[in-house]
Write a protein that binds this ligand. Structure first.
Ligand code: NDP
Ligand code: 8X3
Length: 250
């Protein structure tokens, strides 16, 4: 029987690369995002893969619940959920940044991820089978200037993933947190609100990770034998590493 994966945020970046990867591997795909035309184009490009698209905003709790409740029978059961939809907004220091941006990140990266998880989890537990893959970030493991609320949301994803594993003890449902570093997608263009110059500077002179690298990590974690749970994968480009802690000298 074909396996089914639900990928949120499939209209760009990691989500799109994962859709392509899982389609090549013969999985059925449930793909979501807010941009309907991109989902339509992707569905056409992935033919003959079996694809169900759902247009909704993960910040909308009811829409998340309905997207899961109204899945066509042939796309059930959901074998894997990838909570990938997410974003960073701004890099100003905490005292100067926009509170609206903070709310958007919290609503998307934290609340959206929890709505989707809560909607999909009961059926996985009932089947005693399934895999929740969350997109965390190195920003959730290490602080950096301007990371403030974005890093905070990804720290939530890190700990929430571990707590999910704690609650799922005694079941065969798997949970993995993927924690990428710098990866060139539309991420920085979104972070800098459409400023393509600022976005391209982030990756200047760096052989950054690609969306395909992340799709490979996710696929590997889900393709391992059912008794193996990868708790987390932290992955960075070779050219990115840990900077020294800042010291304010007199
Ligand atoms: P992209 O900006 O390329 O893609 C983000 C995706 O998320 C889009 O498909 C977008 O779809 C979707 N999305 C954003 N907000 C919402 C929303 N409110 N409702 C539904 N979908 C939404 O970014 P990446 O692919 O790089 O990022 C994917 C995930 O990986 C994010 O969670 C990000 O934080 C994380 N990450 C990224 C890293 C990087 O360096 N690129 C590193 C570490 C983690 P649409 O706009 O159509 O709704
Ligand atoms: C984004 C990764 O390195 O830009 O989640 O903070 S980084």
């Amino acid at each position: 029987m074909q396996k089914t994966i639900f990928i949120t945020g499939a209209t760009a970046g990691f989500g799109k690369a994962m859709a392509e990867r899982y389609a090549r591997e013969g999985w059925q795909l449930i793909l979501s995002g807010r941009r309907a035309e991109r989902l339509d184009e992707l569905k056409a490009a992935l033919a003959p893969a079996k694809v169900h698209t759902v247009v909704f905003d993960v910040r909308d709790r009811k829409a998340c619940e309905e997207a899961v409740a109204n899945l066509p029978a042939e796309f059930l059961p959901v074998d894997a959920l990838v909570n990938n939809a997410g974003l960073a907004l701004g890099m100003e220091p905490a005292q100067a940044c926009s509170l609206d941006d903070w709310e958007t990140m919290i609503d998307t990266n934290i609340k959206g991820l929890t709505y989707m998880t809560r909607a999909v989890l009961p059926a996985m537990v009932e089947r005693n089978k399934g895999h929740v893959v969350n997109l965390g970030s190195i920003a959730g493991n290490y602080p950096y200037p301007g990371g403030n609320c974005y890093g905070g949301t990804k720290a939530f994803v890190n700990h929430f993933s571990k707590n999910l594993r704690a609650d799922l003890a005694g079941t065969r449902v798997r949970v993995t947190n993927i924690e990428p570093g710098m990866c060139e997608t539309e991420f920085s263009e979104v972070r800098f609100k459409g400023d393509k110059d600022a976005a391209s500077k982030v990756y200047k002179g760096v052989d950054a990770l690609t969306a395909d690298d992340i799709a490979e990590c996710v696929y590997w974690a889900t393709a391992l034998p059912a008794h193996v749970n990868i708790n987390a994968i932290e992955v960075m480009p070779v050219q990115q590493s840990f900077a020294m802690f800042a010291v304010d000298r007199d």
